[in-house]
Design a protein around this ligand. Structure first.
Ligand SMILES: [Zn+2]
Length: 428
């Protein structure tokens, strides 16, 4: 998601370090062993011979210049304190997701830090929730076939032959075929002539290409009202030794979106609303699929896009078993709708909140983290559903065995329920 380049670079560096760490450590250790005595002896001789001189000059220098030095440091700090703080804040914003993932991995490793420690960290770093109020963990779902279909979709999308679904690879092509087959079997229609809608984008110094898969369910009564649901299907692919299955990121969102489409097709809740279902590509390298989608939507000014809902990572809940939601500012009467949604499935819905340390950074991070961002920039109303980063995030361990399928069903029922509310957003 956010700053995919940095993540790819970090992944490469980490791979390199892992591959070469032994020979590097071994040679360093050999060198130190072989030369430690002469080095230590030399250093010691130098220090003995010159220690008095060194100390005397340092002392002289400090005495002579201390006022000047202090004044300079003080002036520097005064002048630059704003830019320093801004830089730190920008860094934190850029890396918060990575940092959170690291912290989460650490916490998993040191699971005994539970209780007070975890909630303290959580509160300080993430501003995890609106209130510490506990939600029920007793999720109630009613869609009888959703569990099976979601399980099947994730199993397929994370299979070895899909190769981690990296954009413009054979694995991505297989994924596109699979999604089109699913849409066709459900009886959905392409938006334009075909489900596959290719796009190109500038990636570094070269032009790359991706393919969004776009399906629609037309309103029963002819209407220009549209609601859009997106979930990215691309992921990080594979290296010689590792495959990144991306079960939570984002086979979970795609599978949930499929279940919502199937339900909407069987029981369209509103007669005057068209639904657009988009499996986006090239999210991981930089949200390129959703930028292309938004550019396309903007060419159709007669379409009234009331709301876009993005699903990204909805299968691996935290210990509160809560789904996180952002973008509620767009929603009319959100304070009333939220308990209504929670009542349906007993699913715990939490909204992000700036915390003590992170301030604005937190919200910015969630906003830019996934495909909702191009919609936001273009001025469309959007809502995003997802879980916080976890230990398996962007690792080869993001497998279906770590997911809570029952939780995914509850999220999809919640999203469907939300999409079914007639007056969701303010008329533009
Ligand atoms: Zn990702």
């Amino acid at each position: 998601m956010l700053t995919a380049h940095i993540r790819l670079i970090l992944a490469d560096v980490s791979l390199l370090l892992t591959a070469y760490s032994r020979p590097i450590l071994a040679s360093v250790s050999l060198l130190l062993t072989a030369y430690s005595r002469p080095i230590l002896a030399g250093v010691s001789r130098l220090l003995t011979a010159y220690s008095r001189l060194i100390l005397a000059s340092v002392s002289l220098l400090l005495t002579a210049y201390s006022r000047l030095i202090l004044a300079g440091v003080s002036r520097l700090l005064t002048t630059h304190i704003r830019s320093i703080l801004a830089g730190v804040s920008r860094l934190l914003t850029a890396y918060s997701r990575l940092i959170l993932a690291g912290v989460s991995r650490l916490l998993t490793a040191h699971i005994h830090l539970k209780g007070v420690g975890v909630s303290l960290l959580c509160g300080l770093l993430i501003g995890c929730s609106q209130t510490p109020r506990q939600c029920s963990s007793n999720i109630v779902t009613t869609w009888s076939s959703a569990y099976q279909s979601i399980n099947q979709d994730i199993t397929t999308l994370t299979a070895a032959e899909f190769q981690g679904r990296k954009t413009a690879t054979e694995g991505a092509r297989l994924t596109q075929d699979y999604l089109i087959k699913r849409f066709t079997a459900m009886g959905l229609q392409p938006w334009q002539s075909t489900f596959a809608v290719p796009f190109s984008y500038q990636h570094g110094f070269s032009t790359a290409s991706g393919v969004n898969i776009i399906a629609t369910i037309a309103a029963k009564n002819r209407s220009n009202r549209w609601r859009v649901i997106t979930a990215h299907y691309d992921h990080l692919g594979q290296t010689a030794s590792k495959m990144y299955p991306g079960a939570d990121d984002n086979a979970s969102g795609v599978a949930g979106m499929m279940a919502i489409a199937a339900q909407w097709q069987r029981h369209p809740p509103l007669d005057n609303v068209n639904l657009m279902i988009v499996a986006t590509d090239a999210e991981e390298p930089g949200l390129y699929g959703s930028y292309a989608l938004v550019a396309l939507l903007q060419q159709h000014s007669l379409m009234d896009i009331e709301l876009s809902i993005n699903l990204d990572m909805i299968g691996h809940p935290d210990r509160r078993r809560a789904i996180y939601m952002d973008g509620q500012k767009n929603i009319v009467d959100f304070a009333l709708i939220k308990p209504q949604l929670m009542q349906q499935t007993q699913l715990c819905i939490r909204t992000h909140r700036a915390s003590l340390l992170s301030g604005r950074m937190n919200r910015t991070d969630w906003l830019r983290a996934s495909d909702q961002y191009p919609f936001h920039k273009a001025g469309y109303a959007w809502v995003y559903f997802g879980v916080p980063p976890h230990a398996q995030y962007h690792t080869p361990d993001d497998t279906i065995s770590t997911l809570d399928i029952h939780f995914i069903v509850a999220v999809t029922e919640t999203v469907y329920k939300m999409l079914s509310i007639n007056t969701l957003t303010k008329a533009s």
